[in-house]
Design a protein around this ligand. Structure first.
Ligand SMILES: NC(=O)c1ccc[n+]([C@@H]2O[C@H](COP(=O)([O-])OP(=O)(O)OC[C@H]3O[C@@H](n4cnc5c(N)ncnc54)[C@H](OP(=O)(O)O)[C@@H]3O)[C@@H](O)[C@H]2O)c1
Length: 334
């Protein structure tokens, strides 16, 4: 375990070197782990540009002001886009590519645990039809987009700029180690949506795809991190969808209570988690290649049934083909 004092020392050493002129791209940094990670990174690099992608520049205004006070040498630009759509991701990347000659850091933690049910326009709970699971204007279920497809699209779009960095780092905060056997005939969960399946699919496809990319992108560091149980505000995540049964409403209230109280009592404070993510981005411990990292900032070396299975029989390519297919389907709806 890398204890928090070592993390702080490492971040402080990095800050003391006053490394400067980096280009950072942050997604999911308007709240929670992402906001804490952004805050820490903002303090330890200098004269750098931070692009923050999110839904509302008005909501980000106070956060932006606080960051600017923390380190006036940096510049921050908020790109108001819907990152649950390929259109939004593409627009943001196009904007960045039009200005910057390279990207040094890409950080992603957009998403949530959709226990209340799929974010769907029809309001069904745990409905298993593709139609009901659709939500974005591109016809995709939101959480799966945020957790996997949009993040991969960001990486894919920004790779040409990442390749031009001396030491490019990509960090995806999801649940490394939480890979699980998937429904092989429905990778996109179009007919078999369930939040437990979603976490397995997103985590597995994230690990396999990042590792696959690292095989050809030799210069880039790809990290899939598990943040641990972190005391972020999850209260809004468990609102029952329209049509929920009384039993499910009561269960959701209990789950919400557990998810709120347990992380406060036993979880990792969000600030500490942010310090750890900044460490993952800046520490020499994580050089080029693919890393699965646990909540203690240690590499996960142990494989599991899913990592073993989806490393063989052409699975990395099948997962990549599926990913591209979902992007294309989404784009065809724009
Ligand atoms: N917290 C934990 O204990 C924990 C444990 C394991 C894994 N994780 C994973 O770590 C990641 C970050 O978790 P967190 O606790 O930091 O979450 P959080 O506090 O809820 O922050 C989530 C981020 O995702 C964005 N987001 C949510 N819904 C969105 C939507 N529909 N469209 C665009 N952006 C949206 C939010 O933007 P807005 O500000 O616009 O809402 C925010 O920036 C998630 O993928 C989560 O599953 C968390």
């Amino acid at each position: 375990m890398v204890d928090i004092y070592s993390i702080r020392n490492s971040n402080a050493r990095y800050a003391a070197q006053r490394r400067d002129r980096f280009i950072h791209v942050y997604v999911g940094a308007t709240r929670g782990i992402g906001a804490a990670s952004l805050e820490m990174s903002y303090q330890i690099t200098f004269q750098s540009t931070f692009y923050v992608l999110g839904r509302s520049s008005a909501s980000f205004a106070m956060q932006k002001e606080a960051l600017e006070k923390l380190n006036p040498s940096n510049r921050i630009e908020f790109l108001e886009v819907e990152v649950s759509t390929i259109e939004g991701v593409d627009a943001a990347c196009k904007h960045i590519a039009g200005i910057e000659k390279r990207v040094d850091f890409l950080y992603m933690s957009c998403g949530y645990l959709p226990i209340a049910g799929p974010s769907c326009k029809h309001g069904h709970i745990l409905n298993t039809t593709a139609d009901a699971a659709a939500d974005t204007k591109e016809g995709r279920e939101v959480c799966m987009m945020l957790s996997y497809y949009s993040r991969m699209r960001l990486i894919y779009n920004l790779l040409p700029l990442l390749r031009l960095s001396a030491n490019p780092k990509v960090l995806s905060v999801l649940y490394a180690g939480g890979e699980g056997l998937m429904n092989d005939n429905d990778l996109g969960l179009e007919s078999n949506w369930h939040w437990r399946a979603l976490t397995k699919h997103a985590n597995t496809m994230m690990s396999i795809s990042l590792r696959q990319l690292s095989a050809t992108e030799e210069k880039v560091t790809f990290i899939h991190a598990f943040p641990g149980v972190v005391a972020t505000d999850k209260t809004g995540k468990f609102a029952p969808l329209p049509g929920a049964s009384t039993l499910w409403i009561i269960m959701l209230a209990i789950i919400r209570w557990l998810f709120t109280v347990l992380p406060i009592l036993f979880g990792i404070p969000v600030g500490e988690c942010g310090e750890r993510q900044a460490y993952h981005l800046t520490s020499d411990k994580f050089g080029s290649g693919f890393w699965r990292v646990n909540a203690n900032s240690e590499p996960i070396v142990k494989s599991n049934a899913a990592m073993d299975k989806y490393s063989e029989d052409g699975w990395p390519q099948k997962i990549w083909n599926h990913t591209v297919e979902v992007w294309e389907k989404a784009k065809s709806k724009e």
